[in-house]
Design a protein. Structure first.
Length: 303
């Protein structure tokens, strides 16, 4: 049986530090361990993260964020790549230095004491802070010890869902929304979905709001999939998806239909689109069991 590890980063901010609670136990059972610790103030972490994002965007790669790709002039691509890699290395170093702080050491030591490299581990970072959600937790040096670790981000208060997706006995029903594809190629997304075994996929290509709402109500869905452009506003508080050439939708626009879909068994929402933390935050309120988004713009080929 695998291990479930939850890090709750509750009260605090980067100027004052964060209260941290570690919960750990066998996956599917009650927690057998709970301790608290602190992460100290570290306002520079946001600066290093923003510096890396700026360097990355300076590469001018076409992404699934709804804005024009930057044009590279007068500076070699090689130099820009080196700047980006250096910024990433600095962020990684500073992030790990923060996680080695003395006030956080009891939690780190307890993880090292309780876990072994052969363990299958689900590490869930629970936080409402948008910057903590953006940080590269997969680069935590502690994770290098555990090759079977998987990391996810979660809200602090999540209700456990009773419905379990059973692909062994039923075909998985997927509602796939192909949104505004200006400047990107999302035909690869469609081809991959069409090739999935044991799946029934229904496509809506650049739908109107009413068409999308009606389809969510029409039948039971296991997976909601969106490919196209998206963005986050209000410091990650709100997400927006570009469903066709002229219209955008928020999760609030689809709230009632999505709530009903969850009641009828919706298990996963996947957004193969950029800057999706705002969408994830809004979807959390609907209690969808699993949400997959991109935290930042990425090149279209990667998407």
């Amino acid at each position: 049986m695998g291990k479930l590890v939850i890090l709750k980063l509750g009260d605090g901010n980067f100027e004052q530090g964060f209260t941290v609670t570690l919960q750990m136990g066998e996956d599917g059972q009650l927690f057998s361990l709970e301790i608290t610790g602190q992460l100290p103030p570290a306002p520079e972490i946001r600066q290093y993260y923003s510096g890396w994002v700026q360097s990355y965007e300076g590469l001018g790669l076409r992404s699934r964020l709804e804005r024009p790709a930057a044009q590279i002039t007068n500076v070699s691509l090689k130099s820009l790549k080196e700047d980006c890699l250096n910024a990433a290395q600095v962020l990684r170093m500073r992030f790990n230095r923060w996680l080695r702080s003395e006030s956080f050491e009891p939690i780190r030591e307890k993880l090292l004491e309780q876990l072994i490299p052969a363990d299958e581990i689900r590490l869930i970072i629970q936080t409402e802070n948008i910057w903590l959600r953006k940080l590269p937790w997969h680069l935590w040096d502690l994770c290098d010890r555990y090759p079977k670790i998987e990391i996810a981000i979660s809200a602090l208060n999540v209700q456990k869902q009773g419905n379990i997706l059973d692909a062994a006995t039923n075909k998985v029903k997927i509602l796939a929304i192909i949104g505004n594809s200006t400047g990107i190629n999302i035909q690869a997304d469609r081809r991959l979905l069409e090739q999935l075994p044991d799946a029934e996929v229904s496509f809506l290509v650049e739908p109107q709001r009413q068409e999308l709402t009606d389809e969510l109500w029409r039948q039971d869905w296991d997976i909601f999939f969106f490919a196209g452009h998206s963005s986050s506003q209000d410091n990650g508080a709100t997400g927006r998806m570009y469903v066709n050439q002229t219209d955008t939708l928020t999760i609030e626009d689809l709230k009632n239909a999505l709530k009903k879909a969850v009641e009828r068994g919706l298990q996963i929402a996947i957004f193969n689109s950029c800057d999706g933390l705002g969408l994830a935050r809004n979807l959390t309120d609907l209690q969808i069991p699993q949400i997959i988004v991109m935290r930042e713009p990425v090149p279209d080929k990667i998407a």
